[in-house]
Design a protein around this ligand. Structure first.
Ligand SMILES: C[S@@+](CC[C@H](N)C(=O)[O-])C[C@H]1O[C@@H](n2cnc3c(N)ncnc32)[C@H](O)[C@@H]1O
Length: 282
């Protein structure tokens, strides 16, 4: 049997495609890279390089798993977000590209408030991708910023703490159901909480992600509305709340927020969908 990279790579891509994996080529490259520890550039420019028997066995096993639509990020244990590599596990949501918008808006808030000390809280931190991206991108400035993050899940917090160490950021973590275990006021509160309506199937991969990170009530807005009710007394004067939500619920959440808060703004994501709500305190 031929054990060259390219021969086996072609077979792998075919198998992935037959199992409706739309990113078959990329996924195959990631799997080969992950198992052989050789870069895809090296492998593709050395198509005749021989694979070890143990590597072939491992690749076959992983490909079988990927064919069930088990997410590639859980296979490799990593996901890129805002240009940084984050550890992820089946206990954390896999960071989504559209969530980078919340980081951009948070950085704009920091820039607009550069002449004062700030405290920033990320509720439902998951792998810590949002707060760590903000901390990394404000590291070089002199402003004093204190970073906090919380999650209801101990297991997700464990991954977030690992990422905090990996990126040399200084975040204080706390386990908390929304604000139940959180004291004090914050200048910026960020929340990417679960927002998919219960019972919605989504894509084939979502079923492998933690349900508590994805689903929230019949319309997907239950946790966010609970959050908004509690957040008021934790938001400092001239503070801002940034919430990511299902585009179908943004208007509803905005109307709810306007009953208690002074001003709101909405933003669209990369696919032109209303995705982010900014709420301002006076
Ligand atoms: C949609 S995921 C977002 C994860 C991460 N912030 C991101 O952007 O990729 C929602 C996160 O909120 C957490 N969560 C769900 N309900 C919560 C609650 N009541 N209080 C705090 N965290 C909660 C979940 O454990 C999960 O980590």
């Amino acid at each position: 049997m031929n054990n060259t990279f390219f021969d086996f790579y072609k077979k792998t891509v075919k198998e992935l495609k037959e199992n409706r994996i739309s990113s078959a080529e990329i996924d195959a490259q990631i799997i080969f890279e992950f198992v052989t520890k050789k870069s895809r550039e090296f492998l593709l420019s050395n198509p005749d390089c021989e694979l070890k028997k143990s590597e072939i066995a491992r690749i076959k096993k992983i490909v079988r798993l990927r064919c069930t639509h088990y997410p590639i990020s859980y296979i490799t244990g990593g996901k890129e977000f805002f240009g940084l590599d984050f550890d992820v596990s089946p206990d954390t949501l896999i960071p989504r590209p559209e969530t980078e918008l919340i980081v951009e808006k948070a950085l704009e808030f920091v820039e607009a408030n550069k002449n004062r000390e700030l405290s920033i809280l990320d509720i439902g931190t998951g792998s810590g991708n949002i707060i760590i991206s903000i901390a990394k991108n404000t590291k070089s400035i002199e402003q004093k910023i204190i970073f906090f993050a919380s999650d209801i899940s101990d297991k997700a917090l464990r991954v977030a703490k690992k990422n905090n160490k990996k990126h040399l950021t200084k975040i204080s973590f706390k386990k908390s159901d929304l604000f139940s275990n959180i004291r004090g006021k914050f200048d910026l509160i960020i929340a990417n909480l679960p927002y998919v309506p219960e019972g919605e199937s989504g894509n084939d991969e979502i079923r492998f992600e933690p349900k508590e990170a994805i689903f929230s009530g019949r319309d997907g807005a239950t946790t966010i509305l609970r959050f908004l009710k509690q957040a008021k007394k934790h938001l400092a004067k001239n503070g801002e709340i940034l919430i990511e939500a299902d585009p179908r619920n943004i208007k509803k959440i905005q109307e709810y927020a306007l009953q208690t808060y002074s001003d709101t703004k909405t933003y669209i994501d990369l696919s032109n969908k209303l995705r982010l709500l900014s709420i301002l305190s006076n």
